[in-house]
Write a protein that binds this ligand. Structure first.
Ligand code: ME8
Length: 509
């Protein structure tokens, strides 16, 4: 049976337009989704928008637009971002969708039925920017949240979730499943937060109208995070636990998030799920922030970088490549235009583009516009470059699955470097008249290595990888990872199209 894989991005607040941070989350999630599809899995990739809560309500009021019209408009910009980035999501959920509202009501009722909700009074600090409650000990002297967001004092009737009861169960879960949170440093953070003592969580507000109402309670609106987190279930038909999507995907859930929302995903969410008798996510993967001059790039701070501008200037795949290659996953990345130009030129243009251009042009000119002839079945034997190509997948897949995108890409770049060295050392151009068969073999080995490079780059730079595979005339149905071996090697005599440059160089600053 085909294995299933379920992967999600956070659903983005529609308080303003998308920026490079959202683009980054979408791109790394897309890389994983594409990687698992090319591995032969049945993938569901979900993204969407988080449209309720005070923060969104305030933005709509500030713009003087009815909340529903406002969220319709901004949600569309996040959909457009997906298209602009060539994101392969299978679904786009909005918390204003009826299917989502039904699921939120269902989970609320389940928590209530199971005895985990009670009514009391909340008095404490709340940050609208973070849509989060903070305890007294977390508030800084100048009355800010640890994130720097302003807080306000709230005192009102509220429903509570008995989070404190789940402390030991959460610790036990992470002890028994140490691989769930990645990177490990984030796991340690979560564990110490849980150990510091969990308080029951306020999960309804009377001072909020823009949201999903508490069942049979006119006054109360469900806390935006309980609402939002449930999106991961609503898209797979919860509460219908017999639905095939639910049965196949829920046990394989992988949540990709930014480190800013770890507490919600690694503490509140698993507690809600346990309380609703549901299994817990398989992985919670937290990436770092893109920063500018040391500050998080954010709508609220106002130092955003618009993805469309960079895509227009450098090209989509160049942008995807830079974001996924530039930083060690989990760490923060400092956005710099000079680094973008440098990455694109030194790796995509100089290493891969150059390798393709020189080898394909030689083949086109000297081998009758076709994959070289005179290749025997033992071509892989004793060939160091092809051995490198063959062994690349194992390292690459281990890195991507970790996930460590930069090193996965690094292995492909190393392979291209080896191929460039192989051309230089074997100088096929010098053999044209003296030993044409040898020239054909050398060129064949290079093109065959490029086939690996093209297949491996598909999740990262899908359009350009398709161009590479097209340039090599690799059949459409032989582009999966299972085709990375000698059995599916390039077929001699296959016509190739006139080579075109794939990665232009950019001028530095
Ligand atoms: O938190 N660098 O939505 P949000 C990297 N609605 N990633 C960044 C970033 C940056 N500078 N800024 C934002 C929410 N992100 C909730 C989520 S999920 C059930 C609800 C990315 O619009 C990062 O993935 O504030 C972060 O977690 C997400 O955008 C938060 O987006």
């Amino acid at each position: 049976m085909t294995k299933s894989f379920y992967i999600t991005t956070p659903i983005y607040y529609v308080n303003d337009s998308p920026h490079i941070g959202h683009a980054y989350t979408n791109i790394v999630t897309d890389i994983l989704a594409r990687y698992h599809r090319i591995s032969g899995k049945n993938v569901k990739f979900l993204t969407g928008t988080d449209e309720h809560g005070q923060k969104v309500e305030k933005s709509a009021i500030a713009k003087n637009i009815p909340a529903q019209d406002f969220v319709d408009q901004v949600s569309q910009t996040f959909r457009t971002l997906c298209t602009d980035l060539n994101i392969s999501n299978d679904d786009f959920i909005r918390t204003t969708d009826q299917r989502h509202k039904d699921a939120v009501i269902a989970i609320w009722q389940k928590l209530q039925e199971n005895g985990h909700i009670y009514k009391d009074k909340y008095s404490g600090w709340y940050s609208v920017r973070d849509e989060a409650f903070y305890s007294e000990s977390e508030i800084t002297e100048d009355k800010k949240a640890p994130t720097g967001a302003p807080v306000e004092w709230v005192e009102e009737e509220s429903y509570f979730f008995n989070l404190s009861k789940w402390q030991d169960k959460l610790l036990q879960f992470y002890e028994e499943n140490p691989e769930v949170i990645y990177p490990k440093s984030r796991k340690n953070e979560v564990i110490s937060f849980i150990k510091s003592g969990l308080k029951d969580l306020s999960i309804s507000r009377v001072s909020l109208n823009w949201g999903i109402g508490v069942p049979n309670e006119q006054k109360h609106t469900i806390y935006v995070w309980l609402d939002a987190l449930t999106n991961y279930l609503s898209a797979i038909h919860y509460p219908d636990e017999n639905n095939d999507d639910f049965k196949n995907y829920w046990p394989e859930a992988h949540h990709i998030i930014g480190k800013d929302i770890l507490r919600f995903h690694a503490v509140y969410w698993p507690a809600f799920l346990m309380a609703a008798n549901l299994t817990l996510p398989k992985k919670i993967i937290a990436h770092g922030w893109w920063v500018r001059d040391g500050q998080k790039i954010s709508k609220s701070i106002g130092n955003i970088i618009v993805p469309a501008d960079l895509i227009n200037e450098f090209g989509l795949d160049q942008f995807r490549y830079f974001l996924s290659r530039e930083i060690t996953f989990g760490n923060d990345g400092n956005y710099s235009r000079a680094n973008l130009v440098n990455r694109v030129n030194s790796e995509l243009s100089n290493k891969i583009g150059n390798l393709l251009q020189r080898s394909l042009s030689m083949v086109y000119k000297n081998c009758a516009e076709e994959i070289p002839q005179n290749i025997t079945d033992d071509i892989y034997e004793d060939n160091k470059l092809l051995a490198d190509a063959l062994s690349c997948f194992e390292k690459y897949s281990k890195a991507i699955e970790t996930p460590e995108f930069s090193s996965a890409i690094g292995y492909v770049i190393e392979l291209a470097e080896q191929a460039n060295i192989y051309i230089d050392e074997n100088a096929p151009w010098a053999l044209k008249n003296t030993n044409p068969e040898k020239m054909q073999q050398i060129l064949y080995v290079i093109l065959e290595t490029c086939r690996y490079i093209g297949i491996l780059l598909q999740p990262i730079i899908p359009e350009s990888a398709t161009k590479i595979l097209h340039a090599l005339s690799v059949p459409q149905d032989q582009r999966l990872f299972m085709h990375l071996n000698a059995k599916f090697r390039l077929k001699s005599g296959t016509k190739i199209p006139l080579p075109q440059a794939i990665f232009p160089r950019f001028e530095g600053e």
